[in-house]
Design a protein around this ligand. Structure first.
Ligand code: HEM
Length: 151
């Protein structure tokens, strides 16, 4: 079975997306609640901060670049150009997705940069908003895959 180069590009796009969204879910639904229940407040704060920092590094230097580069390549392959970005449903959904991606990346970066200086509740709210937006991006991506591309 010959594997098409575009299947490889899509594979890395989806793998990075799974890692990013799954990693956020793992941290906020499993790791942090377990630390809160079984660790003291100091251990919880330090471990949550260390896990957040490590995930932030993996995201900034690995997942974000892979998502943006493979996403732009996929869009090009599907026939998206500036001219049809606003005139086809596929282009409009993609444009919305790219805007939500930009806002989410900015919030995730802001969370990483200012987390230590924010009250805990503000950090948690930022993390929840980032997670909700990431899930919205997945919904936009699956909508995109069900639409006829402009090519
Ligand atoms: C600049 C950033 C991005 C661009 C330009 C982009 C673009 C695209 C394109 C063109 C597709 C192909 C859709 C099709 O098959 O017709 C796609 C699929 C997908 N994208 Fe992105 N994407 C970006 C970022 C992201 C991010 C941050 C996530 C993570 C939440 C994500 C998750 C996905 C998923 C899961 C699919 C597969 C959908 C499916 O085949 O059902 N993308 N993306």
């Amino acid at each position: 079975m010959a594997i098409n180069a575009w299947a490889v590009v899509r594979f890395f796009h989806v793998l990075a997306a799974v890692f990013w969204v799954g990693g956020q879910l793992m941290l906020s639904v499993v790791v942090v609640p377990l630390l809160r229940r079984h660790g003291g407040p100091v251990l919880t704060r330090e471990m949550a901060a260390a896990a957040g920092r490590r995930f932030g590094t993996v995201t900034s230097f690995g997942l974000f670049p892979v998502l943006v580069v493979t996403g732009v390549l996929l869009a090009w392959h599907e026939g998206v150009r500036w001219a049809n970005l606003g005139t086809t449903t596929y282009g409009q959904v993609l444009r919305t997705k790219v805007i939500v991606v930009g806002v989410t990346f900015a919030l995730a970066t802001a969370h990483g940069v200012v987390a230590r200086r924010l009250p805990r509740s503000a950090g948690r709210i930022l993390a929840i908003i980032t997670l909700a937006l990431s899930i919205w991006i997945v919904l936009l991506a699956t909508t995109l895959a069900s639409l006829p591309p402009p090519r």
